[in-house]
Design a protein around this ligand. Sequence first.
Ligand SMILES: [Zn+2]
Ligand SMILES: [Zn+2]
Length: 335
Amino acid sequence: MDAIAAAQVLSEIGYLLRQNPKEVYRARAFSAAAWELALQRPDLDELHKNNKLTSIEGVGEGIAKVLAGLVETGQSTYLDRLRAESGQPARDDESTIDLAAYQGDLHSHTDWSDGRATMLDMARAARALGYRYLGVTDHSPRIKVVNGLDAERLLAQSREREQVEKQVDGIALLQGIEVDILEDGSLDLPDAVLELLDIVVASPHVKLRQDPAAMTERMLRAVSNPNVDVIGHPTGRRPGSREGATYDFELVFREAASHGVSLEIDCDPARMDLSPEHARLALECGCTFALDGDAHAPAEFAYVPMAAWMARRAGIPMDRILNFKPLEDLTMIAK
Ligand SMILES: [Zn+2]
Ligand SMILES: [Zn+2]
């Protein structure tokens, strides 16, 4: 049993458990174990043979039982049961996602805002994973608590980016921003600044409980801005703790598709946003996607392998996901 495949099963179990407030601790345990598997990639067959699955950090008896079932049968009856109990359709049209073809992540943070590592450390970690590019997308000024970047600090950051690129061979650092979508749908930095950047991830962070009509207008305005490349965690939800924004999803997704704006599937286990259900709707609306870790530290790059099941479950083919494209095919960079 491949550790990454097992990580995806544990991650989905954690996700389904999160829907039940009573299971929040167990949900976190499954997500943490999934993260550990995606990071360490232990030899599960060997550990199971020697009865040592519980030697994996964060794996107790319950999770070990699920892993043992996976090693023996390739299936998880626990996951099957949770899917059935939570009304998940069987979905015989899941897609195939080959993570070996993952070219790079478009949404990450450094200690320029609320990341916990330097740009150099993030670039080295991404390169060690085989990434060919990394979007450095720190926060915009509105999010004061995280030291968001204004035009002046972006310029300073771009100088550091040049230096770091020289120090780490084989990876392109895309100068970007995770810009806040303000209440009226305008963005937290002027267009004249945004148009200079390689990648603009526009995300809703605050006032997510706006009434749906106002939220729809807000999101429509954001996807219509020609500088926006990706809508980050499009609902702002935190499964198990915060409901995301509600808006006319179909209308906004269709508008995003018509403007060539991609929707993010944010793999952070606290977010999982878009959900597989919303991603499926977006797929039908003709959207493209970014499958991102939203990593705030090198270890969080492991979020993508642990949560790639979301894209698979949504039936999204790899050619609709930006991260499987080589750098030269990322059209937003060329513009
Ligand atoms: Zn964000
Ligand atoms: Zn972010």
